[in-house]
Ligand binder design. Structure first.
Ligand SMILES: *Cc1c(COP(=O)(O)O)cnc(C)c1O
Length: 381
């Protein structure tokens, strides 16, 4: 990231998220290339990123969105115009289903019992494609909370529970078994999916390879992905969907924070005006250590600090970082890769204010998209 970008972030009031339009556009161009070279469709998984102000930009490069339920589907319907809207949820509610039928073009069920429950309604809508999520019981994810194939997982239909005679009206199969992974993982996963479920492929019009494809990471093997998609597409004559969340907005956002105080307890500690628990919960859940511009791992540069939140949660610590100069109260720090799984997950625990949301436009100007205040805290209680 350039000094120039940094200079645009420094004047902003903190805490704030900043979506980087140029970085987002670069990601979208890569995803568009995947569509162009395979004929597949790429969908934004809104679970990772729902900043709808940039939906028109996203819509100009990829085929549409996928939703985890009614609200995300509604958001896509309102903000992304005439693009595809897919929806999948572990279970749909009766009272939501009519609206889903009205606004979605693909509906994916998690079980045969859900399919049978909604089938008579569904079959009155020949314009909609209905699919089933399968669980190939193969994944390469180490962290159980992010592993849809972990023991006794509720997500998707295993081969043992597959009811071949109930497929009338089903035109697609969906699997989602990856997380931040490369095309080599996809290749190995596809082998298992084929081995177990390809006997049903000839009855399908489409297959959805889910999300977790880290397509926009610099070392991602794009050619292998393109090869995998084309291979399955050609051999089975099916349309392919990919629904990445992370990859759409990977490294396309920042969280800017200010140092509020400096304290000492065996080590130097900086209290900043942002919170891991409230503004970047994946830091505690994953867990992971977000990068801070101008910093290194603790001990690498001369001045090491623990960055902690102004909440009362003892464990609300973002991580330890070293700098080439001592921090001062009022200094601004910039966390990177803060567009994904951040804004969509934030909360006002401890009465923490929500960061405002800015767009850093490709021309270098910044635009305030959203600002929050006390009412946003109060109105939810
Ligand atoms: C979370 C999720 C995605 C997106 O995953 P990323 O890791 O953000 O790419 C796609 N599909 C389904 C069903 C998901 O649950």
């Amino acid at each position: 990231m350039s000094e120039k970008v940094l200079s645009h972030l420094m004047p902003l009031p903190t805490p704030c998220y900043v979506i980087d339009e140029q970085a987002l556009t670069d990601n979208l161009k890569l995803l568009q290339r995947v569509e162009q070279e395979t004929g597949c469709h790429v969908l934004l998984a809104q679970k990772a990123f729902s900043a709808y102000h940039v939906y028109p930009l996203i819509a100009s490069y990829i085929s549409g969105t996928t939703a985890s339920g009614l609200f995300e589907a509604q958001l896509a319907y309102e903000e992304m115009g005439n693009k595809q809207i897919h929806v999948y949820a572990p279970a749909f509610k009766d009272e939501d289903f009519d609206e889903l039928l009205r606004i979605c073009d693909h509906i994916v069920f998690n079980s045969f019992s859900q399919w049978k429950h909604f089938r008579s309604k569904a079959l009155q809508h020949p314009e909609i494609e209905f699919g089933l999520r399968i669980n190939p019981e193969y994944s390469e994810i180490e962290t159980d909370i992010y592993n849809p194939c972990f023991t006794n997982s509720r997500l998707g239909i295993t081969l043992a529970s597959f009811e071949e005679k109930e497929l009338e009206g089903i035109s697609g199969l969906h699997f989602h078994t990856m997380c931040e992974q490369g095309a080599d993982t996809l290749e190995r996963t596809l082998r298992v999916v084929e081995e177990k479920f390809s006997k049903y492929f000839h009855r399908m019009k489409w297959l959805n390879f889910g999300g977790g494809h880290h397509i926009t990471r610099p070392d991602y093997d794009l050619e292998k992905l393109i090869g995998c998609v084309n291979d399955i597409r050609n051999r089975y004559g099916v349309d392919i969907y990919l629904e990445p969340g992370e990859a759409v907005a990977l490294n396309a956002g920042y969280l800017v924070t200010s140092v509020l105080d400096l304290v000492k307890n065996n080590m130097d500690i900086a209290i900043v005006d942002t919170s891991a628990a409230c503004h970047m919960p994946d830091v505690l859940e994953m867990p992971y250590r977000p990068a801070v511009i101008g910093s290194q791992d603790p001990g690498v540069l001369p001045y090491t600090y623990r960055l902690g939140a102004p909440t009362c949660l003892a464990g609300d610590v973002i991580g330890d970082y070293s700098f080439d100069h001592p921090l001062q109260i009022g200094d601004k720090l910039v966390f990177t890769d803060m567009s994904i799984y951040s804004m969509v997950k934030n909360n006002t625990f401890n009465g923490m204010p929500l960061p405002s949301i800015y767009l850093l436009k490709s021309d270098g100007t910044t635009r305030l998209l959203k600002q929050f205040g006390y009412e946003d805290f109060k109105s939810r209680l």
